[in-house]
Design a protein around this ligand. Structure first.
Ligand code: GLA
Length: 755
């Protein structure tokens, strides 16, 4: 049993293999949080919490003569507002009579086999026997609200999930102003906040900051989880490394406006509240109605950032991504965007596809520009019929021809948007988000459709399901190229206008849900101007997401390693593009571009006809290598071997197959230095007692004359123990040149040297 109720102490414990999460129902019905950390099988850990009288921390009515009992100082499981706890609330609302807040008390709980689901929202799932659910219902006497707290316990995966459902069982409506998915009080310890910040073309930089007293916030109000602040956060010990230190990882499954507040209070206790961003949200909840919060996944480890990431990667791959493609080999693709932008026709596309097919590329992805009057980003969005000048025979004609080359065919779409210059906007101007009487702000010359409207989603489902049914499409790149402004829905009454951003997300999820269920064989890749909506909510529907519009391999090292703090490599869209790079103007060796792109879903974003013969040969080599190491990279464990939030002169990372029999070390030099020692790393995840042969060393972009033979020869073919490689480490010779790199593969051998 992963979930245990101890009636004597009134505690509820959630046990995973290595962790325990414990709550207690207090004498007055408050739900207190007791512990989250390494597994402890004690019935009650309440002895840790010593109530003490603190001035200006009020006492619940029943305990009004016991000044040490205060909701303001005791750790809460799901804090209300305006009833004695001055810290960030999980639930805040205003009743019909204008009264603010709630006083939540325990009503009942239930332990169920299996994992709960959330209506209309992405949520982790489990096979029979893999998870249990705890439901705890609290109630607020003044409003008649019931709050159901849901906990999913994934014992083997060492992960928990949380969500809350608010039901209005009262006689009058309430307006919910904040509904946390998670409230987590951590009364002891020293913590830092690790978060993933960024901008367009430089997403998910890992930053660790000390917690200050007061409140630190990670949030988005952009209508998408955003390039700027990924919803994932972690509380980590300030000195935590990749391999040591406590970490609490918090992974929201939500793609819209999110906010995580981390508050350090007067007693140095830390509270985390994470959920929909209350700055842009409220929900009018009528009697009989309920509201479901998005889900948050949660883990604890004392094995450092690396162990936290591994748990998250495995969990996302197994319990969040639901596409059948999660376990399949994804095709190596070539995307038309950086090579052709809007400038193509069927002949150019077919010549492009033929060249690529000859190099071993397995799928052509036709990006933006194939539809309506779309010859620039000024017009056409919304008109999803092929442009007859570019594709006279339509999409089916093209996909047939591409299939004829033995390739798959993929297509770019941007369903949630409309250009002012489009037939769709002319027919339905009210489908766009605009404020009455105000000219809307434009972003990339486009407006955002009101995805909260049923008829908009219906229309898009009709259009795209016809396309997927009729046009031989194997893959969809689902883009979203601007953030939301002028959020006002013509379909909602005034008291519901602050629901529009969340209703938008529910509409997007609904469309994704219906299309991915109707066409399970189609591989969907998410995108929002690169990684502007790279989150676990989207991964539920799209097993991969274009990581960034920045294809510069050196920038990508930071982006992809930052992304790997929470998300698996199989989720990261990554391509080799031309140099000088279109975003930075930088030159990076072709082979190093390959190392970085194959640490993702792998593909190309260039015109093979413009490459030299040597580069074309390198593509063949890269694809061959990728195929040979595919299982290790995509289905193995990823270990960062250098610090993700403190980059040095080189970055190194490693993939190890689940059975520990194969490993691939990747290294990219970020700053070449004169007279420097070679890169030294300690491998991880190997079997210490086993022997490993260094079976391939591929130096890329090195100008050291002797690189290939003497050095490669000296290391290559050696047999070393897992213990040597992990504890004594592995050293590469100094690599010279502009951004040189290396890939080294290791295979376990038995005593006789057999693999
Ligand atoms: C976004 C995407 C790019 C490309 C363009 C097309 O920026 O991230 O990869 O698809 O749109 O307009």
């Amino acid at each position: 049993m992963a979930i245990i109720y101890d009636a004597a102490s009134k505690t509820l414990s959630l046990h995973t293999q290595n962790t325990t999460y414990q709550m207690q129902i207090g004498d007055m019905g408050h739900l207190f949080h007791l512990y989250f950390g390494r597994r402890v099988d004690a019935a009650s850990l309440a002895y840790r919490i010593i109530p003490s009288d603190r001035g200006f921390s009020p006492n619940p009515f029943e305990a009004r003569y016991h000044r040490e009992l205060s909701l303001d100082t005791l750790p809460q499981e799901y804090a209300g507002a305006n009833s004695g706890d001055f810290r960030v609330p999980a639930l805040d609302l205003i009743g019909d009579n204008g009264a603010v807040g709630t006083d939540l008390r325990y009503l009942r709980h239930e332990i169920r086999a299996g994992k709960y689901a959330l209506s209309g929202l992405p949520a982790a799932f489990a096979d029979a026997g893999e998870a249990e659910t705890l439901s705890i219902t609290l109630s607020d006497a003044a409003t008649g609200l019931e709050v159901e707290l849901l906990y999913g316990v994934f014992e083997d995966a060492d992960m928990l999930t949380r969500a809350a459902i608010i039901r209005n069982n009262g006689a009058s409506a309430v307006t919910l102003n904040r509904v946390g998915s998670l409230c987590l009080d951590i009364p002891f310890g020293k913590w830092a906040l690790l978060h993933l910040h960024g901008r367009h073309c430089m997403e998910r930089n890992a930053e660790r900051v000390p917690l200050m007293r007061g409140i630190q916030t990670v949030s988005s109000r952009r209508g998408a989880s955003s390039h700027h602040h990924n919803p994932f956060v972690a509380l980590v010990e300030p000195t935590a490394t990749e391999t040591r230190g406590e970490c609490v990882g918090i992974l929201p499954l939500y793609s819209g406006n999110h906010r995580t507040d981390v508050e350090v209070d007067q007693t140095s206790s830390v509270r985390v509240v994470s959920g929909i961003n209350p700055d842009t949200f409220s929900w009018y909840l009528k009697p009989g109605d309920s509201f479901v919060s998005p889900e948050v996944a949660l883990c604890w480890t004392d094995g450092g950032l690396g162990d936290m990431s591994l748990r998250l990667h495995r969990f996302i791959r197994r319990h969040i991504i639901r596409s059948p493609w999660k376990d399949r080999r994804r095709p190596v693709l070539i995307n038309s965007w950086e090579a052709m932008l809007f400038d193509f026709d069927i002949d150019r596309l077919m010549a492009f596809a033929k060249q690529a097919a000859a190099l071993g590329v397995e799928m052509l992805v036709l990006d933006d520009g194939w539809f309506g009057a779309r010859n620039s980003d000024l017009e056409g969005l919304g008109d999803w019929t092929p442009n007859p000048a570019k594709l006279p025979g339509g999409l089916k004609h093209l996909s047939d021809a591409v299939h004829g080359l033995g390739m798959k065919f993929g297509l770019w779409i941007e369903p949630e948007m409309v250009n002012e210059l489009s037939a769709l906007y002319a027919a339905h101007p009210d489908w766009a988000l605009t404020v009455p009487g105000r000219n809307p702000a434009f972003g990339r010359n486009q407006l955002v459709l009101d995805m909260g409207r049923r008829e908009v989603v219906e229309h898009l489902f009709k259009v795209f399901s016809a396309l997927l049914r009729e046009d031989g499409i194997d893959y969809i790149k689902w883009d979203m190229n601007r953030n939301m402004t002028d959020v006002y829905s013509r379909a909602l009454p005034p008291e519901r206008q602050r629901e529009a951003s969340h209703r938008y997300m529910l509409g997007v999820y609904d469309l994704l849900d219906r299309l991915t269920r109707a066409f399970p064989e189609v591989l969907f890749e998410g995108c929002a101007g690169g990684g502007g909506r790279f989150d676990a909510g989207m991964l539920y529907y799209t097993p991969q997401i274009w990581c960034s519009d920045d294809t510069d391999a050196i920038e990508r090292v930071a982006i992809q390693l930052g992304t790997s703090v929470a998300y698996p490599v199989s989720a990261m869209g990554a391509h080799v593009s031309v140099c000088p790079n279109q975003q930075t103007g930088r030159n990076v060796p072709f082979g190093v571009r390959g190392i970085v792109a194959m640490s993702g879903t792998f593909g190309y974003e260039l015109d093979p006809a413009q490459l030299t013969e040597a580069e074309r040969a390198q593509i063949r080599t890269q694809i061959d290598r990728f195929h040979r190491w595919y299982d290790v990279i995509q289905f193995g464990d990823c270990h960062r071997l250098t610090d993700v939030d403190a980059p040095g002169d080189y970055a190194a990372w490693e993939y190890v197959s689940q059975d520990g029999s194969r490993a691939l070390l990747n290294l990219v030099t970020l700053h070449t230095r004169a007279n420097c020692p070679g890169a030294h790393v300690r491998l991880r995840g190997l079997d210490p007692g086993a022997m490993y042969e260094i079976d391939e060393i591929c130096y890329e972009g090195c100008v050291n004359a002797s690189m290939d033979s003497p050095l490669g020869g000296a290391l290559g073919g050696r047999v070393l123990s897992g213990a040597s490689l992990m504890y004594a480490g592995f050293t590469l010779p100094p690599l010279m040149g502009d951004y040189p790199g290396a890939q080294v593969s290791f295979t376990r051998v038995d005593a006789g040297g057999t693999r």
